[in-house]
Design a protein around this ligand. Structure first.
Ligand code: GDG
Length: 478
């Protein structure tokens, strides 16, 4: 087995398998922020690897290479998918870490599976990291992995990044096995979060629940037996997007034409309002639709002039709460269209499928207003992608206060999505904003997004991790 200086560990590998017309399958890189960020850092290392699940239950494929990355598939049986992934990750942790918007469920068999699968990922990563190398673990599905790696490979630097919020102590305390989760995370040298408040929630939990000493962003983990205490840095690193790649797309004449065509396809409305979300209860889609329905009902929006385009990408379709959400959203969209749509065109153009990156960018370019109404969101990349797609300085971003992005994108119209009246007046304000106001706000938003792209995010995280490794373990190879 080869050895790698940088090993990424994430639930999914950055590839999807595709079936060709002759029945053969091939791997295609799946687009996404993490893949882009990692591609940029992988370029700077001699040998990089990625450990993750290839996406189908059962026997894992052999390790293979894709786009210059060494990929190590981890096996997940159908039962692991049900208990580790749909169960503990998405039925327990996801709702609990997102302010219990739906009730978290807990089953001890889910936890057992979470532990077993985390061990499998940790073992796979420990096997392929070079001596003194770096392992970067991602997200809530793998919180036990840092400690598991450390017990096998104390020579490596371990980083962890949590893409979703870390909840306040009062909520985190509800998690059965909370201390095991904390100890798992504290196996890392650096634990990264989206927002400062997430990092503070985490250090508060380490202090209150484990009794560990905390000094600002540093948690001291006591040594076991003769081993020395260790310091763990918990800090925020707000994730971002590949702003350069999006800017390049917006300059493509074919995409400009596609954006214009989209408007024509929608019946040439005066205003297009856009929502793009995974179909997830954290994204506030129900609240958005309620506000939209009321605006139409109150005659404050004319459906022959203004259309809402809602992309709802299919997500976690086997988890009950997601099935229920889909039913509710589709019922509401159907009702609103039935009540208000002009003949031959929708009041809400609802799209329950995925689009390629070019179509997504064309949608952003066509949208006069983007609506991000999450009830809780680690960051929300859609908000940043919309801003990056508007070099023309037009368009208005309505952004929930409960996103990580709201900490940075202060020039957006910030909204409390729980307050339907606030949501309604924010939408109306966005629709009536003058071109000068739009330009001023968009210029400020763009400065923030273009100066802090995903490549910078990854670089800052890895630099901090390397620095900690150097100071904490002077004897280790740099
Ligand atoms: C988690 C955290 C955090 C969506 N539909 C399509 C499509 N997308 C792309 C968007 C965007 C991404 O998916 C969604 O990212 P978000 O940040 O909005 O949300 P989550 O999926 O919940 O991501 C979140 C993120 O991790 C990163 O740390 O920001 O808070 O929850 O890039 O454009 N892309 C394409 N077709 C679609 O139909 N191509």
């Amino acid at each position: 087995m080869s050895q790698h200086d940088l090993v990424i560990v994430a639930n999914r590998l950055p590839v999807d398998s595709r079936t060709l017309p002759d029945g053969a399958t091939e791997w295609v890189t799946s687009p996404g922020g993490l893949v882009t960020a990692m591609e940029s850092v992988m370029k700077g290392v001699d040998s990089g690897a990625w450990v993750g699940w290839a996406g189908s239950p059962g026997e894992a494929p052999d390790p293979f290479e894709a786009d210059g990355m060494h990929l190590y598939p981890v096996r997940l049986e159908a039962e692991d998918v049900e208990k580790y992934y749909e169960g503990f990750s998405n039925g327990t942790l996801w709702p609990l870490y997102h302010d219990v918007i739906v009730d978290p469920e807990f089953h001890r068999t889910w936890w057992d599976s979470y532990v077993a699968v985390n061990r499998r990922f940790a073992k796979a990563a420990a096997e392929v990291a070079s001596p003194g190398g770096t392992i970067w673990v991602h997200d809530y599905q793998l919180q036990l992995v840092p400690e598991m790696i450390r017990s096998e490979r104390p020579d490596v630097r371990i980083g962890f990044f949590n893409h979703i919020p870390f909840p306040p102590l009062e909520l985190f305390s509800q998690l059965p096995k909370r201390n095991q989760v904390l100890r798992g995370l504290l196996g890392a040298d650096l634990v990264g979060f989206q927002r400062e408040s997430d990092a503070l929630n985490f250090t508060a939990a380490a202090r209150k629940l484990l009794g560990y000493q905390v000094d600002q962003h540093t948690v001291t983990v006591p040594g076991i037996g003769a081993s020395e205490p260790r310091q763990v840095l918990a800090k925020c690193f707000p994730i971002s997007i590949d702003a350069g790649a999006i800017t390049a797309l917006t300059e493509d004449p074919e995409l400009r034409e596609r954006a214009a065509q989209l408007r024509r396809d929608l019946g040439d409305p005066k205003r297009i309002v856009l929502g793009v979300d995974r179909l997830d209860y954290t994204k506030g889609i129900r609240h958005r639709l309620k506000a939209w329905g009321e605006l139409l009902n109150d005659d404050l929006i004319d459906p022959s002039e203004t259309v809402l385009v809602q992309v709802a990408t299919p997500s976690r379709e086997r988890v009950d709460a997601y099935r229920q959400l889909r039913d509710e959203v589709e019922l509401t969209v159907g009702r609103i269209n039935g009540d208000f749509a002009p003949i031959g065109r929708p009041a809400i153009s609802y799209l329950h499928r995925s689009f390629d990156r070019r179509d997504m960018t064309a949608l952003y370019m066509a949208a006069d207003v983007a609506l991000v109404t999450s009830l809780r969101d680690g960051m929300n990349l859609v908000a940043k992608e919309y801003v990056a797609s508007r070099p023309d300085l037009r368009g208005v971003l309505v952004l929930s206060e409960f996103t990580g992005a709201a900490d940075e994108l202060r020039a957006a119209i910030l909204v409390n999505p729980h307050d339907i009246d606030d949501l309604k007046s924010s939408v109306l304000r966005a629709l009536t904003m003058s071109e000068e106001e739009q330009e001023e706000a968009m210029r400020s938003l763009r400065r923030q997004v273009l100066d802090h792209d995903v490549q910078t995010w990854a670089k800052l995280f890895l630099e901090d991790l390397e620095e900690i490794g150097r100071t904490a373990k002077p004897g280790r190879p740099a």
